[in-house]
Design a protein around this ligand. Structure first.
Ligand code: G3I
Length: 376
């Protein structure tokens, strides 16, 4: 599907000029509208030239993608990953569900396939995730019933997984999504098998175990929905700040916040509260990364072009907000192409979610990421 979209106003002159040049090259009308500049941008196309990873690399930044090992069977897709990304994160292969089919076993086959692909193509890799409330094997919950057993299970897992992946993987999402606004707890921690087994101490314990396993690792706390407005966004930001401030005060080895950035393009951005939150995070000495960027257009209304335009403006506003308080040296999209986005299965439609469309052509989000992050 050829998607075109109209970009309005606040286009930088550079982007505008490029757009007009490329639009004219492709025989598309460049429309200058009475001072409020709009330009009919490019159809999706196999624009050749450096990929997002190469462009970001000129600024010393890393662009990466989440990748499932099974998708490497799609040769065209694998070639697109090679041309665009300089960093990979296993979409599922390093989660307990994939790694730990039974109590005494570790299955690194999926990870090893991705690691081989990354090493063959000179890509870096990051780890996701050592502790999560979700994607755990059925045996784990029962095994965690005893506190001492739970501590040993966690220690064995983290030591083994970091042992297997070091020194190739040097950055990990240690704990993922530990805060939830609907929590009835004062610390807003999300109920989970880990919280049940070990109490809130599971969080610092996980970071300390990861640091002991490899002191050179950069350890990240990863979370979603921090940009949202309303009581949800406010309670999540407060909960994450409280968690990070406590960890930093207690000397827990946490080095960065991962903003998942699954942008639900119909939900208002609370830009002021979000940027103030990020300033507080950076003041703690923590870095800020974008770890799972994609666009959910499923609740937007209007024509396909309207939805694409709204989503690009949303993405641009988000990227500007994230960078207002400082640099973002690493950005990953949660997949590369609409062909394989998780949104296809959970929302029924992944059109416009990722930088490449389902036919592996560079689309509007590719341009937005280039213009509002990779090149700035
Ligand atoms: O590998 C098995 C396969 O052997 C089996 O036949 C198949 C059917 O049951 O399941 C396959 O595992 C699935 C796995 O994805 C790999 O495809 C799991 O059931 C499925 O639950 C898993 O979904 C992933 C989900 O996290 C849960 O781990 C999604 O692909 C992945 O995009 C999603 O990613 C999360 C991040 O980790 C955290 N942030 C939110 C993000 C989106 O939910």
């Amino acid at each position: 599907m050829h998607s075109r979209y109209l970009l309005e106003k606040n286009l930088t002159r550079r982007v505008l000029l490029r757009g007009v040049a490329q639009a004219s090259m492709l025989g598309l009308a460049g429309i200058g509208l009475n001072g409020c500049v709009g330009i009919l941008l490019l159809a999706n196309s196999e624009i050749t030239g450096p990929g997002l990873g190469a462009i970001a690399g000129r600024k010393g930044r890393l662009y990466g993608v989440a990748l499932q090992s099974s998708h490497l069977d799609d040769a065209d897709f694998a070639a697109a990953v090679k041309s665009e990304a300089t960093l990979l994160v296993p979409e599922s292969e390093l989660k307990w569900e994939a790694l730990r089919p039974a109590p005494g076993t570790f299955d690194f086959s999926g990870y090893r396939r991705l690691a081989a692909f990354a090493q063959e193509n000179g890509m870096q890799m990051r780890g996701h995730t050592l502790v999560w409330y979700y994607a755990n094997p059925p045996w784990l919950e029962h095994a965690l019933k005893d506190r001492r057993a739970a501590e040993k299970i966690l220690a064995t897992h983290i030591e083994r997984v970091i042992g297997e992946t070091s020194p190739f993987i040097r950055q990990w999402d240690v704990v993922n999504e530990a805060v939830h606004p609907s929590s009835t707890r004062g610390d807003v921690l999300r109920p989970s098998i880990w919280l049940d087994a070990l109490g809130p101490s599971y969080i610092p314990l996980a970071y300390r175990l990861a640091h002991e396993a490899n002191p050179d690792l950069e350890l990240v706390y990863n979370e979603y929905g921090l940009e949202w407005d309303g009581i949800y966004g406010r309670r999540k930001r407060d909960g994450v700040l409280r968690l990070l401030e406590k960890m930093v005060a207690e000397g827990v080895p946490v080095h960065a916040l991962g903003l998942q950035s699954h942008l639900r393009c119909h939900r208002p951005l609370d830009t002021d509260a979000f940027t103030a939150f990020l300033e507080r995070v950076r003041e703690m000495g923590l870095k800020v990364y974008v770890t799972e960027f994609d666009l959910d257009l499923s609740v937007l209304s209007g024509t396909a072009a309207d939805k694409i335009r709204i989503a690009q403006n949303y993405a641009a506003a988000y990227l500007d907000a994230v960078q207002l308080s400082g640099d973002v040296r690493m950005l990953l999209t949660w997949g590369l192409s609409d062909r394989y986005s998780w949104l296809g299965s959970v929302r029924g439609d992944s059109t416009g979610a990722l930088p490449l469309d389902a036919d592996l052509r560079r689309g509007p989000l590719w341009e937005t990421l280039r213009d509002r992050w990779a090149e700035v």
